[in-house]
Design a protein around this ligand. Structure first.
Ligand SMILES: Cc1cc2nc3c(=O)[nH]c(=O)nc-3n(C[C@H](O)[C@H](O)[C@H](O)COP(=O)(O)OP(=O)(O)OC[C@H]3O[C@@H](n4cnc5c(N)ncnc54)[C@H](O)[C@@H]3O)c2cc1C
Length: 514
C-alpha cells in the first residue's frame, strides 16, 4: 500500500505545534505531528504560566502583542476553564523605582487595550491595611495596585490541544524525532525516527510546519537550503518553588532595579512559585538548569519585598527553560521582543517556520500559521476562529463554574477529599469522570502511588494522554512530583514500564489521510 499523504506535517509538540495541529484538524486537514520527546517537554512546561498581556512589554511599545495577548486571556479562560483561571496581581509601589503615575498609566492602558468582560479592573491598594501588605516589609511598601491576568497549567494546555487534535483525526507521535525533510514530487518527505527503537521511516505531507521552538534553527539546518531570514535568540529562564510564603490567593509582581520584573505566585496549594530569570543561552535547550547564581538572585529579589527572608533552604524545586525569542537585535535579553514572526517558504510545497511566541498567544499564532497556508488549502479559511469558541477536552462548562464542578465531583464521589476533587477537576474537567468511572470507594481505582495518584489515573494518562514514564506523569501531566518521594516516583516508573511491556499503550484512531 502506498504511504499516506498528510495535508500537514508538524515538527514539535509544544504549545505552538499542538495549537496548530488542533486548529488544522478542526478545519478538516489531515495532520501528522512528531515530538522528539514528550509533549510539552520544551519551553511549554517551563513557563511562569501566565496568560497575560505583559505589563512590562508596554514599556517596549509592543502594543500589537499586548492587545492580542490581553484579549486571549478571557478566550483561553472560556475554552479551558479547568486549566486556566483568573488571578489578581499585587504590584507594590517601590519608592526608588517606577513612579506611581507611570504604573497607573500602564495599568490604565492594560485595562483598556484588549477585550475584557469578566476580569475585574485595576484597583489601588493601601498595603498598610490590605491583607496583601501583611507578608511584605513593614513601613516600606505602603501603596500598591491590583490588576487582573490569568494563570494556566502550561503543560496540560499543550496536552489538551494535542488530545483535541487527535480527536479531530490528527496523528500525534511522541518520542519521534524529525531527522530530515526534502521536497520531492510536489510533497514534503519527512524522515522521522522512533526514539524508542531507532527505527526511521518517511512521512509524506503537502505542507510542513516547523514548530520546534528553541530547536527551530536546528530543524531548519536539516531542511533544504533556505532563504530564511529568521533567527532565534535563546534566553534561559529559571524559577524556584518554595514552601508557601503567604496565605492569600493573590500573586505579586515585583520590580527590580535592573528594570526586570519578577512574579511570586501561589502554587499548587502549599507552595510559592518565584521567577523568572533572563539570561542569554547557547547550547542544547534540553540541558537548561537553574544555576546557583540564579537561585540566589531569585531569593534576593523576593527578600527585597517579603518581610521574611527567602533563602536556598526554602527552595523545594527549581525548573528552567529556554525562551525561543525572535532575534530583533535588542541589547538586553529582557528587551528582546516577545512577539512572534512566521516565515513562509513557498518555493515548492510550503514550509512555515515559527520564531518566538508565548503560551498566551499560541491560539492566535496557530490561526496566523494557517493563514499562511491558505493558498495551499483554500477551504481552511472558512472555519477560521473556531478554536476560540470550542472548549478543549473536559472544559465544556462556564468560565465561572469551576467551583460548582468541584462540588459536583464531590457529590458524585463522596469519598474523594476536597483537595483531590479540586486537583482532578482542575486537571481534567469533565474528563475526571473517565478516571473515576463507577468507583464507589477509593480501592476501586486500583493501586495507590501516593499523593492521591491512582492506577486508574495512570492508566488514563497512558491510554489517552501519551504518558510513557513517571516524569511525564509527575512533572508534566501533573505536578505530583512536589508531593511524591523519590522511592514513590521510582515505583511508578517501574509500574509504567511493566504496563508498556505488556503492550498497554494508547488508543489510536485517527483520520486516514488521502
Ligand atoms: C522561563 C520562561 C517563562 C515563560 N513564561 C511565560 C508566561 O508566563 N506566559 C507566556 O505566555 N509565555 C511564557 N513563556 C514563553 C513560552 O513558554 C514559549 O514561548 C512557548 O512555550 C514556546 O512554545 P513552542 O511550542 O514554540 O516551543 P516548545 O514548547 O519548546 O516546543 C518545541 C518542541 O519541539 C520539539 N522538537 C524540537 N526539535 C524536534 C525535532 N527535530 N523533531 C521532533 N520534535 C522536535 C521539542 O522537543 C519541543 O517539545 C516563558 C518561557 C520561558 C522559558
Amino acid at each position: 500500500m502506498p504511504a499516506p499523504v498528510y495535508d500537514l506535517a508538524i515538527i514539535g509538540g509544544g504549545v505552538n505545534g499542538c495549537g496548530v495541529a488542533r486548529d488544522a484538524s478542526g478545519r478538516g486537514l489531515s495532520v501528522y505531528l512528531c515530538e522528539q520527546n514528550d509533549l510539552a517537554s520544551g519551553a511549554s512546561s517551563a513557563a511562569t504560566k501566565l496568560i497575560h498581556g505583559g505589563l512590562r512589554y508596554l514599556e517596549y511599545g509592543e502594543f500589537r502583542l499586548v492587545r492580542e495577548a490581553l484579549s486571549e486571556r478571557e478566550t483561553l479562560w472560556r475554552i479551558a476553564p479547568h486549566v486556566v483561571r483568573p488571578l489578581r496581581f499585587v504590584l507594590p509601589h517601590h519608592k526608588g523605582l517606577r513612579p506611581a503615575w507611570l504604573l497607573r498609566l500602564g495599568l490604565f492602558l492594560y485595562d483598556h487595550l484588549g477585550a475584557r468582560e469578566l476580569l475585574p479592573p485595576t484597583t489601588t491598594l493601601q498595603l498598610t491595611r490590605d491583607a496583601a501588605g501583611a507578608p511584605l516589609k513593614r513601613g516600606v511598601f505602603t501603596i500598591g495596585f491590583e490588576y487582573s491576568d490569568c494563570w494556566v497549567d502550561d503543560a496540560r494546555l499543550v496536552v489538551l490541544n494535542a488530545l483535541d487534535a487527535h480527536l479531530g483525526g490528527a496523528r500525534i507521535e511522541t518520542r519521534t524525532k524529525a531527522l530530515a525533510a526534502e521536497r520531492a514530487a510536489g510533497r514534503w518527505r519527512l524522515t522521522v525516527v522512533n526514539q524508542r527503537d531507532g527505527e526511521a521511516r518517511p512521512i509524506l505531507a503537502r505542507a510542513l510546519v516547523n514548530a520546534a521552538g528553541p530547536w527551530a534553527e536546528d530543524v531548519l539546518a536539516r531542511l533544504p537550503p533556505r532563504r530564511s531570514r529568521g533567527r532565534l535568540r535563546l534566553v534561559k529562564g529559571s524559577h524556584i518553588v518554595t514552601r508557601k510564603l503567604f496565605d492569600h490567593e493573590r500573586a505579586y509582581i515585583f520590580q527590580n532595579p535592573d528594570r526586570r520584573v519578577l512574579f511570586a505566585i501561589p502554587y499548587d496549594g502549599d507552595f510559592t512559585l518565584i521567577g523568572a530569570t533572563e539570561l542569554d543561552y547557547a547550547g542544547d535547550p534540553s540541558k537548561a538548569a537553574a544555576s546557583e547564581a540564579e537561585v540566589d538572585y531569585l531569593c534576593a529579589v523576593a527578600s527585597e519585598y517579603f518581610a521574611q527572608r527567602v533563602t536556598r533552604a526554602d527552595v523545594v524545586w527549581t525548573f528552567s527553560g529556554v525562551r525561543p525569542l525572535y532575534d530583533d537585535g535588542a541589547n538586553a535579553a529582557s528587551a528582546a521582543t516577545r512577539d512572534y514572526v512566521l516565515e513562509l517558504d513557498d518555493d515548492g510545497p510550503p514550509l512555515v517556520s515559527i520564531f518566538g511566541g508565548k503560551i498566551t498567544t499560541y491560539r492566535r499564532l496557530a490561526e496566523h500559521v494557517l493563514d499562511k497556508l491558505d493558498p495551499a488549502f483554500p477551504a481552511i479559511g472558512l472555519r477560521r476562529g473556531w478554536t476560540g469558541a470550542a472548549p478543549l477536552p473536559g472544559g465544556a462548562f462556564a468560565a465561572t463554574e469551576l467551583e460548582a464542578r468541584v462540588q459536583a465531583l464531590r457529590l458524585r464521589y463522596p469519598w474523594l477529599h476536597d483537595r483531590e476533587a479540586r486537583r482532578l477537576t482542575q486537571a481534567y474537567g469533565f474528563r475526571a469522570n473517565e478516571i473515576l468511572g463507577e468507583a464507589n470507594e477509593r480501592q476501586a481505582l486500583g493501586r495507590d502511588f501516593g499523593a492521591g495518584l491512582s492506577e486508574s489515573e495512570v492508566d488514563y494518562l497512558m491510554r489517552v494522554e501519551w504518558a510513557e514514564c513517571a516524569e511525564d506523569v509527575v512533572w508534566r501531566r501533573s505536578k505530583l512530583g512536589l508531593r511524591l518521594s523519590a522511592d514513590e516516583i521510582a515505583a511508578l516508573d517501574r509500574f509504567i514500564a511493566s504496563r508498556l511491556a505488556e503492550g498497554g499503550r494508547r488508543l489510536s484512531a485517527q483520520r486516514t489521510p488521502a
